[in-house]
Design a protein around this ligand. Structure first.
Ligand SMILES: [Mn+2]
Length: 295
């Protein structure tokens, strides 16, 4: 049973929701991320529901609703976005397991709409080695290099897009980021060398309850020595413990209501260490969500 000792059948009884989006038709170099939801579920059967600090995660109840279907055309991305929007209306923390980063085009569109319904200001925290702010990439607007640009097109204000761990840029991204300085970019060195400062900046800016926040976590933000199983590895990345601390602090103190975990490729992995890294991070976050929900 996936997510051992944590799952319930009924969404209404669940504290948080998990959905897979096994799609990798837009990855440019290495592929295989479509297998990640399945592999993460398989490995989770072996992961005991305790944190590093021996805290019991079991009071947190998870509904794993299975996988969404996505094809490489605009209709399919639109349909997924509508399905995700219906799911987000349940008003429970929702975790999407990709898939390549293109899946966030749909999840973020749904998130923006739902935040606006709630009269909240949507915020996107983009954790990645890459800015993913191309307008058009590999002949498509629906690429894993375009989700942040699509989120802006779909109504998120540029000053409410923040990037973490970035260390690789296309020409068009450099041009766009130079022209739009309100998009804050922290590179991998910023996180490794002054993590507390970065965390404080974000908490000072986004702790107000008027914000609703989506966390998009591309595993390639983490250094490839910890996370080799990904299609576009970039060296000099974020240390795994710094990645953990960053997302822990965000989940603890910010109004994050949805999250993507994307770009894990089991086929490119070594002894599943990248999938395990994703799962270990998720389980620490599950515990923090449990505490936050008063369970
Ligand atoms: Mn990405």
């Amino acid at each position: 049973m996936a997510f051992r000792d944590l799952t319930v059948k009924n969404i209404e009884e669940a504290d948080i929701i998990i959905a897979g989006i096994p799609y990798d038709l837009s990855a440019s170099v290495g592929k295989g991320t479509a297998e990640a939801p399945k592999r993460l579920r398989e490995l989770s059967e072996y992961l005991p529901p305790y944190t590093m600090g021996m805290d019991d995660i079991k009071p947190l109840k998870i509904a794993d609703i299975g996988d969404y279907h996505l094809e490489k055309n605009e209709e399919s991305f639109e349909k997924l976005s509508e399905e995700v929007y219906e799911l987000l209306k349940k008003d429970k923390f929702t975790l999407f397991l990709g898939g390549d980063h293109a899946v966030a085009i749909s999840t973020e569109k749904a998130f923006i709409k739902k935040a606006q319904d709630n009269h909240k200001t949507p915020v996107l925290l983009h954790l990645d080695a890459h800015a993913d702010i191309c307008d058009f990439y590999d002949g498509s607007i629906l690429s894993h290099a375009t989700p942040v640009k699509r989120a802006i097109d779909n109504g998120i204000a540029k000053e409410n897009v923040v990037m973490f761990g970035i260390r690789s840029y296309e020409d068009q991204e450099v041009e766009y980021l130079n022209k739009n300085k309100e998009i804050k970019v922290f590179n991998a060195n910023d996180l490794n060398d002054r993590l507390d400062e970065v965390i404080k900046y974000i908490k000072d800016k986004y702790s107000d309850s008027k914000y609703e926040i989506h966390l998009s976590f591309d595993i390639d933000m983490v250094d490839p020595s910890y996370a080799p199983g990904t299609g576009t590895p970039e060296h000099f990345g974020v240390e795994s413990k710094n990645a953990l601390k960053l997302v822990e602090e965000f989940i603890k103190d910010l109004n994050i209501t949805s999250m993507d975990l994307v770009e894990i490729s089991p086929a490119l992995d070594v002894n599943d260490i990248t999938s395990w890294l994703g799962l270990k991070i998720l389980y620490e976050l599950f515990y923090l969500l449990k505490v936050k929900l008063g369970k």
